[in-house]
Design a protein around this ligand. Structure first.
Ligand SMILES: [Zn+2]
Length: 191
């Protein structure tokens, strides 16, 4: 239906980019003006500025996943900034701007449901999220404190069992994106 998805599939690999998982920020692509406009339209429909288009395409041209992530990551960061104000792994005080949305079970191994699971993704400082190999020890400890004993183990168990399929474009557009956007905007009101 929407040609722009198919068009992007055909592009050579090196022309693709990737959005930063933690911040939702990033990356430049070489795209035609035509594609740019169709992405811009999708972004505007979900309340985002058209210029974010290059930041939000994420893997296999999933602009809708990128838009979801944009709201989801901010929701997670704001939730944890308001509630705890510190990194889940090292307990260091971290404000909203410095906080990243960091995965416990990593993106590469977690499957789709853990990718966007609000228990598997928590506010984490840049150092722990990006560079600290040992961060998962503290992360797991705090998962158990915040969500109950065994939460970390349960998430790890799920990565082997979970085969949830990614939401369809219609689900993203009509249900999931509006839902996470509303949740994020709700948090902003309590700022
Ligand atoms: Zn940290």
């Amino acid at each position: 239906m929407n040609r722009c998805y198919e068009l992007r599939e055909a592009r050579p690999k090196e022309e693709r980019g990737t959005a930063d998982l933690s911040t939702g920020n990033v990356i430049s692509y070489a795209v035609s003006q035509k594609e740019k406009e169709s992405y811009a339209d999708i972004l505007r429909r979900h309340g985002l500025e058209a210029k974010l288009y290059s930041a939000l395409r994420w893997k296999k041209n999933q602009v809708l996943r990128g838009i979801y992530w944009w709201y989801f990551a901010r929701y997670i960061r704001m939730r944890d900034y308001q509630k705890y104000g510190k990194c889940i792994s090292c307990n260091r005080q971290t404000d909203f701007e410095q906080m990243q949305a960091g995965h416990f079970v990593p993106v590469a191994t977690g499957g789709f449901s853990l990718l966007l699971d609000p228990t598997n993704v928590n506010g984490e400082c840049e150092g722990c999220n990006g560079f600290d190999e040992m961060h998962l020890r503290g992360y797991e400890r705090n998962l158990d404190i915040r969500y109950g004993a065994g939460t970390g183990e349960e998430l790890v168990r799920r990565k082997h069992q979970d085969s949830m399929k990614e939401w369809s474009k219609l689900e993203y557009e009509n249900i999931k994106i509006p839902e996470i956007r509303a949740q994020y905007e709700e948090l902003l009101k309590t700022q």
